[in-house]
Design a protein around this ligand. Structure first.
Ligand code: ZN
Length: 308
């Protein structure tokens, strides 16, 4: 079995399998871990390959890209593709997000996709991490300086800030990613405040698959003071909700992330107890170096094939 990072993650085991590729290749099956644009093939709408993903991810992609025809994988249920067995695990990153345990030639590989061990208010379940011989782990925040505060505390800070602004008669703006973070912010404001929430049209569109399941309450306009959630805000006084504002001193910046932070990633490695770790995305070199220092066989996954 061989693996490399070229067009997304390419796996060769009797046949080829693409994980989160940039583009599909005719006849090669594709696994999509979640509905963020950097994990979805650009040609998802006209692809002729078999595309596998969870129902949650398929629903969001259908709303956002008008793409259909996915083969649905259920969490913890086996799907066989020739010699390859695939088991999806909840990743806790955004609604529908999955990691994939892949068994082939007597070896197991777990690809985390983007993963959040702390879970969220709008995911099916917190992340589950199986044992695997090889762990392919995202390292978006794989630098030791990224250690996030308790997410529940950040949620309450966002709720407090928003409620105070609305109480003063303002209509504050919160900037949050279109898929995942926007719905998390709606859910936390619904849960901890009674402020009215207005969202931009594109957020409303992709929120539809989650609306009923998580009982999300929002509208497209309001005459009363309200919180506006949009993925691109012009206002200079906007609040921002993302892990990348961790070192910002602005009062309106809230480091609530959908990813594992450094300690979370280390914890995932420990839970999976692999004999080899391959890092992808973000601080992949730095994270692999940390793991090597601790005696773990780790390297960033690059364009060269790695024999497993
Ligand atoms: Zn993501």
């Amino acid at each position: 079995m061989k693996i490399r990072f070229n067009n997304g993650i390419e796996l060769l085991c009797g046949q080829k399998l693409l994980l989160d590729p940039m583009r599909t290749v005719n006849g090669i099956p594709v696994l999509i871990s979640h509905a963020h644009s950097d994990h979805i093939p650009k040609d998802v709408r006209r692809s002729r390959s078999r595309l596998f993903t969870t129902q949650g991810t398929a629903d969001i992609i259908a709303r956002r890209y008008n793409a259909n025809g996915f083969e649905i994988l259920n969490f913890n249920e086996r799907r066989s593709l020739g010699e390859i067995d695939i088991y999806p695990y909840p990743a806790g990153h955004i609604y529908g997000s999955a990691g994939f345990l892949i068994n082939c030639e007597g070896k197991s590989i777990f690809y985390t996709g983007d993963i959040n061990p702390y879970g969220g208010l709008t995911v099916e379940r917190p992340a589950e991490v199986p044992d695997a011989d090889v762990l392919v782990i995202e390292s978006t925040y794989g630098s030791s300086k990224y250690r996030f505060p308790n997410p529940q505390r950040v949620r309450l800070e966002i709720a407090k800030w928003a409620a105070e602004e609305v109480y003063k008669g303002n209509s504050p703006t919160i900037e949050a990613y279109l898929v995942g973070k926007s719905q998390e912010v709606i859910a936390l404001l619904n849960k901890y405040t009674n402020v009215e929430i207005v969202v931009s049209e594109n957020i409303a569109k992709v929120s539809t698959p989650l609306k009923e399941r998580f009982n999300l309450k929002y509208s497209l306009s309001s005459e009363e003071p309200h919180v506006l959630i949009t993925h691109r805000a012009k206002s200079r006084r906007k609040a921002r909700v993302t892990g990348w504002v961790l070192f910002s001193s602005r009062r309106e910046d809230f480091p609530l992330s959908a990813h594992a932070d450094f300690d979370g990633l280390v914890n995932i490695v420990a839970r999976s107890s692999p004999s080899k770790v391959l890092t992808v995305y973000g601080f992949s070199k730095e994270f692999a170096n940390w793991l090597k220092k601790w005696g773990i066989n780790a390297e960033p996954l690059g364009k060269e094939w790695v024999e497993l």
